[in-house]
Design a protein around this ligand. Structure first.
Ligand code: BGC
Length: 730
């Protein structure tokens, strides 16, 4: 049960000076160039305009002392830090806050723990392909155990930005293109991070991000504008944030982008009307990095002071790194441009989360011994391996090239097969390359007969001595994530050259893909008999891939993001509407002249070493929802786990509806020949939509229900919902 700290908060707030109050809203990161005469920005400029070389810049950075702004801290001008991830530094700074500031208010330490702290698990996009809430929660728990042992109190996660455009680099940080999956993923993460009780030393607050619709950036270019109908915003983008808040997430980070012309950082409609009033959120709102100041560049604030004014009035409480509040809030209040009560509300929310985290009672939540003893525990590593195995998606397996027979001699090619540091993918700040297992490491440790060439030298010799060739290709970790959008998401020319050369040897070729987004790989799909989508799998990359290649693990992952047939098809996603002229063979239909209508691999798709059949789909209405029952049979020779997916279509509604919408899913384990009934429930509440006037209305009429192992290959049935009969549509 949530404790009430309101009395303490009021009393403490009453003792604070204006400056101390503003200080609580200040979140700063350690600056790397504190020891220099020039600011970091100027140093960057100096490098860009050639006054210093890149090497000189890097040397300066490498030798620079970190500046933790301790003088400001002592003066009560810092409430929180971002980006410090070790117990010694955290306790040292906490001691200054507690013992040397006038009121002794403890600091809040935030950190981007996105997919593991030291035990790095697969990137979120990969992990979402497991369609497994219980696993998502467990990996979040592991992350929380390690991060809190290092002193972290709050993670800037989960990111639940629905992302339909593969070009957007940050598609790697979320659960893909579907609204239901992002909601389920986010809820599991919040539970895992926060645990049962936030005050426990191994719980950390979840800061859900980025409110809202950051994933809808136009053309997939990072930070770009978002222009959405209200209906799409509410139906397709907002539900995951709301689900996380309902699950108890204690913090929210607004997005960099604008929505329909108003940047989220100064968007009072979003942060006050929706988040606070409609959703009842009573936690902390932290800006994105430098986002308040950037409102000047957006063209909505005159200067940083105006940005600070708009942001605090809109509801941003903590300023991450832009120093807008420390520079201007006091003056704004003294001049009456911002009421002190607005500041007090923000301060109260900062203090509340500190109380809830138990920081007033136990400001030092960890120590170096706990930190050392917690990292990389055996049981955490087992979870990382399991998550990596369940994230892998088998995209193609012709002629049963896979699984490899024991004793198969392998020729391994590509730098990514041996590059440990690349295995973690984007946003793995605490990762250490030496903790990671590459494909080559895994083969070596298991005495597999293999030969390796990073760039294809010795190709012919290696090929002649191998039974199967493996091409490890795709993206480096720098090629997805923040500020890593790509206009052309095809494979690099050198990767395809390698693949062609391998195929020319006549030996079977298996492509293992490392990437943080769907890639456009039509040529690869036509060239090689087998493709294993490994994503960036984390610490146990090599072991998980080896297990899948040899069939020690039967792959079960399914895509949570559509793979386009060409880069120009983007954005390509399954839940599109039909149009009046659905793409087809005839000319005057919705399609490109130079690209197929269909994607390369549909949403929900993924192969296994066994096969499944779906039979006897039955629908039954009860009071609050629709039961969907279906028999799933393992028709192959191996045990496996199938992700059963249920979609609906509302063929005739008051606003056009998507051709498919995922409404439920479950995972079922089946022995060879075994049949099980999968049972799914769709609440009537979820079978509605917004009408033209933005009223949520229940769907009435004929509902089509589709069940299967991906969005394309399904069986279907129909049911009539509500009072309206299907004839009324005709
Ligand atoms: C990102 C956030 C992240 C923050 C703090 C920003 O650039 O957009 O997602 O949490 O940095 O590191």
């Amino acid at each position: 049960m949530k404790k009430d700290y309101e009395k303490q908060i009021r009393e403490l707030c009453g003792k604070m000076t204006l400056e101390e109050k503003v200080g609580q809203l200040q979140q700063c990161g350690p600056s790397l160039v504190g020891a220099f005469e020039v600011s970091f920005e100027e140093l960057l400029d100096m490098m860009f305009d050639g006054r210093i070389s890149k090497e000189e810049f890097e040397k300066l950075m490498g030798t620079a002392e970190q500046d933790f702004h301790e003088e400001d801290l002592r003066a009560g001008k810092v409430g929180s830090y971002n980006g410090i991830g070790d117990a010694a530094t955290i306790n040292r700074l906490q001691k200054i806050a507690v013992e040397e500031t006038r009121l002794g208010i403890p600091l809040l330490f935030g950190y981007d723990v996105i997919h593991g702290f030291r035990t790095v698990t697969p990137i979120p996009l990969a992990e979402s392909c497991a369609w497994d809430q219980e696993l998502w929660e467990r990996t979040a728990r592991v992350a929380a155990e390690e991060a809190t042992a290092a002193g972290v109190h709050m993670t800037f996660a989960p990111m639940v930005d629905v992302a339909k455009d593969a070009r957007w680099g940050r598609i790697s940080e979320g659960a893909g293109e579907d609204v239901l999956l992002n909601s389920a993923y986010g809820v599991a993460k919040v539970k895992g991070f926060q645990g049962e009780d936030l005050a426990k030393e191994n719980s950390m607050a979840a800061c859900v991000k980025h409110l809202a619709a950051y994933g809808a950036a136009e053309a997939g270019r990072d930070y770009n504008r978002v222009d959405l109908s209200m209906q799409r915003l509410w139906e397709e983008y907002l539900p995951p944030y709301k689900a996380c808040i309902d699950a108890g997430a204690r913090a929210v980070m607004p997005a960099f982008n604008d929505i329909n012309g108003v940047p989220c950082s100064v968007n009072a409609w979003l942060l006050r009307d929706i988040l606070r009033r409609k959703w009842g959120f009573d936690g902390l709102v932290v800006s994105d990095s430098n986002a308040i100041a950037e409102c000047v560049c957006h063209g909505i604030a005159e200067d940083k002071k105006d940005a600070a004014r708009q942001a605090i009035l809109a509801g941003i409480e903590m300023d991450m790194s832009s120093n807008s509040y420390t520079a201007h809030l006091r003056e704004l209040i003294e001049r009456g441009e911002v009421a002190e009560s607005v500041l007090d509300e923000a301060v109260a929310d900062v203090l509340r989360i500190k109380y809830e985290l138990g920081l007033f009672e136990h400001p030092y939540q960890t120590n170096e011994t706990r930190e050392q003893n917690t990292m990389l525990k055996l049981e955490y590593r087992a979870v990382a391996l399991e998550a990596a195995e369940k994230s892998i998606v088998l995209l193609k397996n012709e002629d049963r090239v896979l699984p490899l027979k024991p004793g198969t001699k392998l020729g391994i090619f590509g730098t990514l097969a041996a590059d440990r540091g690349q295995m973690t993918g984007a946003w793995a700040i605490g990762a250490r390359p030496e903790d990671c297992i590459s494909i080559v490491d895994a083969l070596e440790a298991n005495n597999v007969h293999y030969q390796y060439s990073a760039d294809g030298t010795d190709l012919s010799k290696i090929a002649s001595m191998s039974d199967v060739l493996i091409a490890a290709i795709g993206e480096t970790k720098e090629e997805s994530g923040e500020a890593a959008s790509r206009a052309d998401i095809t494979l690099k020319p050198k990767d395809m050259e390698l693949v062609r050369a391998l195929c020319a040897t006549g030996k079977p070729v298996v492509a293992v893909l490392f990437n943080g987004r769907p890639l456009a790989i039509p040529e690869l799909d036509q060239t090689v008999p087998a493709i294993v989508e490994a994503w960036h799998p984390g610490l146990y990359a090599g072991s998980a891939i080896m297990h899948v290649l040899y069939g020690i693990t039967n792959p079960s992952g399914k895509l949570t993001t559509t793979f386009p047939a060409s880069a120009g098809q983007c954005p390509m996603y399954y839940a599109h509407t039909n149009t009046g002229r659905p793409g087809g063979k005839s000319k005057f239909t919705s399609k490109y002249l130079d690209a197929p209508v269909e994607p390369l691999y549909p949403f929900g798709y993924g192969l296994s070493y066994t096969t499944y059949a779906y039979e006897n789909l039955a629908l039954e209405k009860d009071e609050d929802g629709l039961w969907v029952r279906v028999q799933v049979r393992n028709t192959g020779k191996r045990a496996g786990e199938e992700i059963v997916q249920c979609y609906v279509q509302m063929p005739c509604a008051k606003r056009v509806r998507p051709v498919r919408e995922l409404k439920a899913f479950t995972k079922t384990a089946l022995e060879p020949g075994e049949t099980k009934q999968a049972e799914l429930k769709i609440a009537y509440d979820s079978l509605g939509y917004y009408d033209w006037e933005m009223n949520w209305i229940p769907y009435e009429g004929n509902l089509k229900v589709f069940v299967g192992g991906n969005v394309r290959d399904t069986i279907s049935a129909e049911v009539i919902l509500g009072s309206m009969s299907s004839e009324m549509c005709e």
